[in-house]
Design a protein around this ligand. Structure first.
Ligand code: OAD
Length: 255
């Protein structure tokens, strides 16, 4: 067993308070496109044309066509080994928090409890004008959408995707819980390029609060030089190896 994996597994003791921050890389093996990198979504589109309130105000049809395409793509994907290991940890550890920047819902589909979704959900929608009759957000998993742009069933105005766009604030309640979760024993950042804030600052916060910090990513990121331990490789393989090592430690009675 690789000694890098071993070191991380040794910190994941049964009573450890564990917080994991994930990004698009955890869903890559499921077939969900990431944002940056050679085949990333932001290579083909500019974020300001598709993922800002201004873009939606300018061209709601274009924005919804892109979200409808992503929804169809994600609906055809299944959780992978990385989601599954994290879901099992969410059951095993009493103090486990999963913070994700992903909007695809694959952590929930793998059975992870109490996911903190920093950037919302692609499976939720909200009234664009926040009409008085509508809830703040509601679930809509229709794929493909029969009408683009879709209309609000409460006021017949436009609805928008239930995601956080560039320039928008993250739900303050969720943000507070994310900050609270940096008070932990092990903070693991997985499959994120660590360039989008405030998510990218959480690892530093955890470090300052005394957590053992580790990164799992295919390549080096700005977080790599900050963390105690950087493991480079596919999350679905490394997490499975860590989990296997945890099983061996439990079996040997050393925990
Ligand atoms: P990015 O696309 O920026 O980064 C994905 C990261 O995953 C990269 O660092 C890859 O090296 C890594 N990666 C890819 N495949 C992997 C694998 N199999 N195992 C491990 N790592 C892998 O995605 P995020 O960091 O999630 O925000 O992006 C953050 C935010 O920027 C997104 O939530 C989105 C985007 O713009 C909004 O839309 C508001």
């Amino acid at each position: 067993m690789n000694k890098d994996v071993d070191l991380l597994a040794k910190h994941l003791t049964p009573n450890a308070r564990v917080t994991v921050l994930t990004g698009a890389g955890v869903s890559a093996a499921s077939g969900v496109p990431t944002f940056r990198g050679a085949d990333g979504l932001w290579k083909q589109h500019r974020p300001e044309q598709l993922a800002t309130p201004e873009a939606f105000a300018r061209d709601p049809r274009l924005v919804w066509e892109w979200y409808d395409w992503r929804r169809q793509r994600i609906a055809a994907c299944r959780p992978n080994g990385a989601h599954e290991v994290l879901a099992s940890w969410s059951e095993r550890y009493t103090n486990f928090t999963l913070i994700t920047q992903n909007v695809d819902g694959l952590h929930e589909r793998a059975g992870t409890h109490h996911v903190l979704r920093m950037h919302g959900s692609i499976w939720e929608v909200a009234c664009w004008t926040r009409c008085a009759a509508s809830p703040l957000r509601w679930q809509d998993e229709t794929v493909p959408l029969p009408v683009i742009p879709p209309r609000c069933s409460y006021c017949d105005g436009l609805i928008r995707p239930g995601v956080v766009w560039f320039g928008e604030a993250i739900d303050p309640g969720i943000l507070t819980r994310c900050h609270e979760a940096t008070r932990c024993d092990v903070f693991l950042t997985v499959g994120t390029s660590a360039v989008v804030y405030p998510a990218a600052s959480l690892v530093q916060e955890a470090l300052m609060r005394g957590a053992f910090t580790a990164e799992i990513n295919l390549e080096a990121t700005p977080a790599s030089s900050l963390v105690d331990h950087a493991l480079h490789g596919p999350a679905e393989i490394i997490l499975a190896e860590v989990d296997e090592r945890l099983g061996l430690l439990r079996g040997s009675g050393s925990r």
